[in-house]
Design a protein around this ligand. Structure first.
Ligand code: SAH
Length: 210
């Protein structure tokens, strides 16, 4: 169920959907996604689907994690990355293996505690998590070379744009349920450049803490 063959099938599926980065595919292949979900769902953890993690939230679909991570790394390896929406910490774990440092914010305390346990179990030392509202970013460590947002606001929060370093990349789903677009926003010398990567379906980005 969680065997190497099952994982390999997922990698083939991601490749067939257009994921090309070997670095990203290798990390997904070698990261135990089953530890991030409930035991009852472990047998489905290498399917290319989002799964419930409690509190009305989901672990992101592997394709989406791969797509966002690939977009983040496309122009080189970022040192400092901010993640909004830690959830169970799966995307955090993928990032921790590919970038310098990860700062991750989650508004639901109980989920954040689970994520911390998972990250500790996998022995990552370059991750810091905090309980809070990601709409405000994490100003103490800004600017970030990359920002990945795993919940969809209606519009791009200005604060996140402000916390992006020169040439930094923000990957964010934007829009109402049923009509969300995954955007890549790059900070350029004279402003921001926007590109649409995909159509997606994320949980909404909420205000305040849960
Ligand atoms: N990154 C996770 C996906 C988690 S789902 C993964 O790898 O699977 C999105 C998460 O965003 C949820 O846990 C939700 O609680 C959180 N979230 C929603 N609005 C938020 C906000 N304003 N600040 C921080 N986290 C938020």
């Amino acid at each position: 169920m969680t065997s190497q063959r099952t994982r390999e099938r997922l990698i083939l599926r991601l490749q067939s959907m257009g994921i090309q980065s070997d670095a990203v595919l290798d990390v997904i292949r070698n990261t135990p996604r089953h530890i991030f979900v409930d035991e009852a769902l472990a047998s489905r953890s290498y399917e290319n689907t989002a799964l419930p993690i409690g509190y009305n939230q989901t672990i992101s679909q592997p394709y989406i994690v791969a797509k966002m991570t690939e977009a983040l790394l496309e122009k080189g390896v970022p040192d400092k990355v901010l993640e909004v929406g830690t959830g169970c910490g799966y995307q955090t774990a993928i990032l921790a293996q590919l970038v310098g440092k990860v700062y991750s914010i989650e508004r639901i305390d109980a989920l954040l505690n689970k994520a911390r346990e998972n990250i500790r179990a996998l022995k990552f030392r370059n991750v810091r998590c905090k309980h809070g509202d990601g709409n405000h970013g994490w100003p103490e460590h800004a600017p970030y070379d990359g920002i990945i947002v795993s919940a969809a606001p209606i519009g791009v929060p200005q604060t996140l744009l402000e916390q992006l370093a020169e040439h930094g990349r923000l990957i964010i789903p934007v829009g109402k349920a049923g009509q969300q677009k995954l955007l890549l926003i790059t900070r350029t010398d004279d402003g921001f450049q926007k590109e649409q990567l995909d159509l997606v379906s994320f949980v909404p980005m909420l205000e305040g803490v849960g």
